[in-house]
Design a protein around this ligand. Structure first.
Ligand code: GDP
Ligand code: ZN
Length: 305
């Protein structure tokens, strides 16, 4: 679907990402036992797959919206109507490329950890991109990169300037609907341009200030990649950025913590300072990186959650 959804006068948007996905999963689990199929969405959104009946050369009729794999929605804090029916920004997003630069600006791994956790919480595939690999950088960055690869994440060094890593990145985008995110200045637009010369796509969130000082955020759009796959523009970033991971789910969103969950002395362990905490022990043993645990604590305390 190419239709862009539009909303006006939103000074602040709160979000509800993938809540519906979970509900839908629950529902499909339930309905399987009741031997009826999963329900189809009733309102079309950007990213939807549809069953189309061809009427003639020019025209077709949408007969059905196929069940969504994921749903990125926004609900407005001030609108009761949307609290009940969140507006879908984008359907079927399945991958997030988190872009950092090796230098200029220096990488902020806390940012990376936060987005990786959000990707785990929302079941989106995460891909890490360390751009500006052509610039001189500290060996500590190579070590950090290795650390994330050991966690199981795909990490690619790229340079929009020399072309390093671009083919590899392109291969990972094929067959996926991908959103690029990252701090400004890391080279997101340059990467998109290296991938697809001439593509005019918003890679950072833009809010257009109107005369009244309010913000207008337009809906999301998808752009086809010539090698296959789709790029989502940045309209969905705010929805992801504001995603709140429930405190009790947060530890699970740090993949290397998972083997220790359930091993702590106390059932309701927050893994912050408790005695007998298996995760703190793993940090002390050097099995879990202290930097990752610090990111966890920061997010748990709500500074970046
Ligand atoms: P965005 O804000 O993340 O979209 O970043 P831009 O694509 O606008 O790039 C910010 C600056 O970094 C620009 O001056 C680019 O020329 C530069 N830049 C982007 N990619 C690279 C790269 O791979 N290597 C180097 N050296 N500079 C880059
Ligand atoms: Zn613990």
């Amino acid at each position: 679907a190419q239709a862009a959804t539009r909303s006006k006068g939103r000074p602040r948007a709160s979000v509800n990402v993938y809540q519906l996905l979970r509900e839908e999963r629950e529902q499909s689990k339930r309905s399987k036992s009741e031997e009826s199929g999963p329900t189809s969405p009733t309102r079309i959104s950007v990213g939807d797959y549809v069953k189309l009946r061809r009427l003639d050369e020019q025209n077709g009729l949408i007969e059905e919206i196929l069940p969504r794999q994921s749903e990125l929605s926004r609900k407005d804090a001030g609108s009761t109507a949307e609290k009940i029916v969140p507006q879908t920004l984008l359907a079927n997003l399945d991958q997030v490329v988190i872009v950092l630069a090796v230098a200029q600006p220096e990488p902020h791994f806390g940012f990376l950890d936060r987005y990786l956790a959000i990707c785990e919480a929302t079941r989106l595939q995460a891909l890490i991109c360390l751009n500006k690999a052509d610039l001189p950088h500290a060996s500590a960055i190579e070590e950090a990169a290795e650390q994330y690869r050991k966690l199981g994440y795909t990490l690619i060094f790229t340079s929009a300037h020399t072309g390093e890593g671009i083919e590899e990145l392109r291969a990972h985008l094929k067959e996926h609907t991908t959103l690029f995110t990252g701090p400004s200045g890391v080279g997101k637009s340059s990467l998109v341009n290296a991938l697809e010369p001439g593509m005019d796509i918003r890679t950072s969130e833009v809010s257009e200030a109107t005369g009244k000082g309010r913000h207008t955020t337009t809906g999301s759009r998808l752009y086809p990649l010539s090698g296959g796959g789709w790029l989502a523009d940045s309209a969905g970033i705010r929805a992801l950025a504001a995603w709140n991971i429930p405190a009790e789910e947060l530890a699970w969103c740090f993949v290397e913590f998972r083997p220790y969950l359930g091993e702590c002395l106390y059932n309701d362990c927050t893994h912050i300072n408790e005695e007998g905490c298996a995760i703190l022990q793993a940090v002390e043993d050097g099995v879990v990186a202290e930097s990752r645990h610090k990111s966890y604590v920061r997010m748990y305390m709500g500074e970046e959650r």
